[in-house]
Design a protein around this ligand. Structure first.
Ligand code: C2G
Length: 752
């Protein structure tokens, strides 16, 4: 007999299942069988199951759903213990071993910890290591110790509050597995070993009628009947949140009308399985009351859908009335008022109590210093959105108002050229710079910004609009985006390792607000349609920001700029413009960059002939130290417009930045310094085209290789001539210097 039977229900999303199995393959504990319960699976799964794992397949046949799958899994299991593992989650190498080592005797349950993540195992572990490193200071250690002590004190108090003669092990299991798991959704069977005989003797099973809430039908009676339980805090079950709720929703992300009713029914049914006066009942009722007074009450107050106020209200009231008596005594005072109004069956009173609670909360948050500067949002929603739209006003924004550059700049200048002062132009700009041709400037996330977001007829942005923006009927939103995609984007991106894990969900809503999307080439058009799930109009005229490379006076502009920047006339220039790394974040839009290019070596080897123009991505918060390299390295990271810098660059070195798609318009040599390509490609992002076979220059892995390539640049040019030509035809064919003008005519011409 195997020690553990791992029950995995599977219905779809092979990529997750693959990760799940590979985590089992890497488990240090091997004495297990997997019961893989297939719930009407159409995909071929055989290829993803690693060798050496003992897998029993069970087909659900006429049944369906996770509850039925787990029940069938229990029937097929032969192990001493059962461990439920969902096909979209994974374990760490020592998860099972730690649980098994924690067994002291005849435990019914050995329970571990659950950690939630948006990431696959490699990225999860990376983040964990970084977290541990950042905790590695005396202050932080002291802070953590204090937190741990407070936690322990809470547990001690809980134990002290138990009546004499209580089964402490059982009460602690209830504490950790039920009370401490926030909400009903987190009250789960996952992460624990259950002795199989304990399950069978108590006839524990999942109620198959419930799609979302069957866990409580297993867990409540399990906790009620448990005698011996041990906690193994260090055993981690990794619960993976789905970052694509649109195309790959997890169960809880499904939008299903029946969910509400099922929740009530599941509570009703579960109550029949347990002692009405017991602790298990008290905690489940408390969770239900919190659902009513928080989530549901808010919907009753805000929802445009009357269902929440009528149908759902009438449904929930009897269940709330049947709550454990101590729920009303112990729930917080605001929620108590709401709960009492529910119990009195008075929907208006509920609305009033919620209004009071939310109003108080809002006031509190406004007057807490950190939120005072979000008042502009209130003004946006409650005042500015009610003002009429101003027909000839255009709001421009580039890279979150960091500079005056990119396609919005060139569209703006073309607009001024075409229509003079017919349009009132406003630029969101944070550095206080003046904008040529007299545009008004506003700071991003200010009252004025909020005002122009609300009343401008046109908005021209090169990144996403703010999350709180709500496009009005009559507004025209032009999204220029900011590069031909090499790195996988949004819905084509399996992992979202950068700061906002709800990226896809937000994007899905935001892209519906775009009236036009600028595309520089047929490849971008195709890719944007899929990665943004965008099917609106495309402006396919080339990139406005590339127009400058076709200006007849581009050499004069270049000469001027070289002079302005003080670049010696006798030196050639190498632009080094790398991109940012998704996993190197300091938090919200600020990223670390560790320079991997040996500039000292470059100076020694190339300094007689060249200077380096260093340009970091606008996300990079670090200021690269170039001490000792004065006169050789020019740090142009703060210079507004990289398109102008292209004009003065004789060679461009980049990595995975879209920079090279634009720079190729100049037909000058491009080198790729891709020292971390394996990680970038496989773990962080993935690419749309093959860097190995399709980019117009060599991939270089060391600074020495970079230096060598530059010393032999004529040879490289020759070697890559054909590929460059093909690349140029594929990605630069729309660019002709007139993209801005054409876009202005198409978008603003209609207003003439
Ligand atoms: N950029 C720059 N300096 C750098 C890197 C980038 O000025 N060192 C500018 C270029 O105009 C580039 C744009 O920022 O085209 C976008 O930068 P990427 O490095 O391509 O990265 P990202 O911002 O993630 O955009 O479809 C394109 C993608 O969205 C990539």
């Amino acid at each position: 007999m195997k020690k553990i039977s791992i029950i995995i229900p599977f219905w779809k999303y092979l990529n997750y299942l693959k990760e799940c199995f590979s985590s089992l393959k890497e488990s240090t504990f091997k004495d297990f069988e997997v019961i893989l319960v297939l719930d009407h699976v159409t995909e071929d799964i055989t290829s993803i199951i690693p060798e050496g794992i003992d897998v029993k397949f069970v087909n659900l046949n006429e049944k369906q759903g996770c509850a039925a799958a787990r029940n069938e899994g229990i029937k097929a299991a032969t192990g001493e213990f059962i461990y439920f593992l969902d096909s979209d989650d994974y374990v760490l190498d020592d998860t099972l071993e730690l649980l098994v080592n924690a067994i002291q005797g005849e435990e019914d349950i050995v329970y571990g910890t659950i950690k939630n993540t948006w990431n696959n195992k490699a990225n999860f572990l990376d983040k964990q290591t970084k977290q541990e490193e950042s905790n590695d200071s005396e202050d932080r250690e002291a802070e953590l110790e204090e937190k741990e002590n407070a936690r322990q004190e809470k547990i001690d108090n809980y134990v002290a509050s138990l009546p004499l003669g209580s089964n402490i092990e059982k009460e602690l299991a209830i504490y950790f597995l039920e009370r401490n798991r926030k909400g009903i959704r987190n009250f789960t069977v996952l992460g624990n070993l259950y002795r199989r005989s304990f399950i069978l003797e108590n006839d524990l099973k999942f109620h198959e009628e419930f799609r979302y809430y069957s866990d409580m039908t297993f867990m409540c009676p399990a906790l009620e009947n448990v005698h011996k339980a041990t906690r193994c805090k260090d055993s981690v079950y990794v619960k993976r949140k789905h970052n694509d709720p649109i195309n790959k929703p997890a169960l809880w992300q499904e939008d299903n009308e029946n969910r509400f009713e099922e929740r009530c029914k599941a509570i009703g049914y579960t109550r029949t399985l347990i002692d009405p006066q017991g602790t298990v009942r008290y905690f489940i009722d408390m969770k239900f009351a919190h659902f009513a007074t928080n989530t549901m009450a808010k919907k009753i107050r805000r929802s445009k859908d009357n269902k929440w106020r009528k149908e759902y209200f009438d449904t929930i009231v009897p269940y709330l009335m049947d709550s454990h008596p101590q729920v009303l005594d112990n729930i917080g005072s605001q929620n108590k008022k709401i709960l009492m109004a529910f119990m009195a069956g008075d929907v208006q009173k509920v609305q009033k109590a919620v209004r009071f609670k939310l109003g108080k909360k809002k006031l509190k948050s406004i007057f807490k210093n950190k939120n005072i500067n979000t008042l502009y949002k209130l003004a946006y929603y409650h005042v500015y959105l009610k003002k009429p739209i101003k027909e000839n006003v255009v709001l421009f924004e580039t890279f979150m108002a960091k500079n005056y550059s990119d396609s919005p700049k060139y569209i703006y200048e073309a607009l001024v050229k075409e229509y003079g002062d017919k349009f009132t132009c406003v630029w969101a700009i944070n550095n206080g710079a003046e904008i040529p041709y007299g545009a008004k400037t506003v700071k991003r996330f200010s009252f004025q910004y909020a005002y122009y977001l609300a009343v401008s007829k046109y908005l021209v942005f090169n990144v996403r609009q703010p999350l709180w923006f709500r496009k009005r009927e009559g507004q025209v939103f032009v999204e220029t985006w900011h590069g031909t995609p090499l790195k996988r984007l949004v819905f084509d991106q399996e992992e979202v390792t950068s700061a906002a894990p709800k990226y896809k969900q937000q994007f899905y809503r935001q892209r519906l607000e775009w009236d036009y999307l600028v595309s520089a080439n047929p490849f971008s058009t195709k890719t944007f349609r899929s990665c943004f799930m965008y099917d609106g109009p495309m402006l396919e005229y080339g990139y406005p920001r590339n127009d400058i490379m076709y200006y007849p006076n581009k050499d004069e502009i270049a000469l001027e700029l070289r002079k302005k920047l003080g670049i010696p006339a006798n030196k050639k220039t190498i632009l080094y413009a790398p991109t940012w790394r998704d996993d190197e974040s300091y938090g919200s839009g600020k990223y670390k960059f560790t320079l991997a290019l040996d500039l000292q070596l470059m100076k020694e080897e190339l300094g007689d002939e060249y200077v380096v123009l260093l340009r970091t991505h606008h996300y990079i918060a670090d200021n690269i130290d170039t001490t000792g390299l004065e006169g050789f390295v020019y740090n142009l990271s703060k210079y507004d417009d990289i398109s102008e810098i292209y004009l003065i660059s004789d060679i461009c070195i980049t990595d995975y930045s879209s920079v090279f798609f634009d720079y190729a318009n100049l037909k000058r040599p491009i080198l790729f310094y891709t020292y971390d390509i394996e990680k970038y490609k496989n773990q962080l992002r993935g690419f749309y085209i093959s860097m190995q076979d399709e980019v117009p220059g060599p991939l270089l892995m060391t600074s020495e290789e970079v230096v060598n390539a530059i010393l032999n640049i004529d040879q490289i040019k020759e070697q890559y001539a054909q590929r460059y030509e093909e690349f140029y035809n594929r990605f630069c064919s729309y660019d002709d210097g007139h993209a801005s003008e054409n876009i202005v005519k198409e978008v603003f011409g209609k207003n003439k």
